[in-house]
Design a protein around this ligand. Sequence first.
Ligand SMILES: Cc1cc2nc3c(=O)[nH]c(=O)nc-3n(C[C@H](O)[C@H](O)[C@H](O)COP(=O)(O)O)c2cc1C
Length: 317
Amino acid sequence: MIYSLAPMEGITGHTFRRVHAECFGALDRYYTPFLAPPRVGSSFGGKNLKEIDPANNEGLNVIPQLLTKNADAFVWAARELAELGYAEVNLNLGCPSGTVVSKGKGSGFLRNLDELEVFLRDVCERSPIPVSVKTRLGLEDDAEYERILELYRSLPLAELIVHPRVQKDRYQGKPRWEPYGETLARAPFPVAYNGDIFGEEDQAALVAAYPQTRHIMLGRGLLANPALARMLTGGAPASASELKRFHDKLFCAYLDEIGGNAVFRMKEWWFYARCAFTDSMAVHRAVRKARKVEEYETAVERVFRTEPLAPVARFHG
Ligand SMILES: Cc1cc2nc3c(=O)[nH]c(=O)nc-3n(C[C@H](O)[C@H](O)[C@H](O)COP(=O)(O)O)c2cc1C
């Protein structure tokens, strides 16, 4: 089985990937959170450049993800990525955020299949590196997926990652496995599954239903339980000391990168990581009020000293 880390804007950036791989072993693949392509003729800069700088991704198999509906910008960015040594580029057709969707990007691009078809044919032909897609089933209704899948099937995609929800679900409700199974059965290219794989039993059920499953992308489950990929291959859960070591390295790395704002970045992680503790509400309360680095350190020290780990670390909303 191939395991990859989901792109998660604001969370699974280069610092998280590096520290996670150092503490829990590298996953097979990492997808960057979505990047807007640079203007045609210019290079990636600022935060986006840091994200794809090969020096920040050494030793990891990273696939950059782009969010755009402009084919020239996509192809230009793909050329820049190829020059940096990347071997694949991923297109985001899943983002459900209102501001993205209203601009016809992310899952909003699924509203206009004629335009999407022209875009995809063009970028598949002109991109110097293979193009993969991460998709939802549609915007409102699963039935939209029939036409969407037909379109994908007619293209030379490197891979299709299916998050089997529609835009209006956001991240709520059960992912629908049937359309994923349908994709596995009918797609002429490799298919990956993403959505609510939070523990071994979820993987076992998915693989029992769809034994051809070959690539699982992990998101919130791995943030709540950083040892999840290890456990899915029969390894041990994270011990308290492993979790603390991971936390400390992550916090230090963020402090180096963004100074005092590291506290706020860590609080995003705690939204998921609290699930590793028996009393996740107590952990949430302890960490939530911290603003300054010292307050934060004191709160976290108390959490690790007083809060027992949950018997099973599993994401719950
Ligand atoms: C905070 C957050 C940020 C996300 N950012 C991205 C993103 O940049 N690109 C993308 O394709 N999906 C993004 N996603 C969706 C995830 O990649 C993934 O599809 C989703 O979390 C479902 O998988 P899971 O159930 O394993 O978490 C994001 C999700 C969350 C919760």
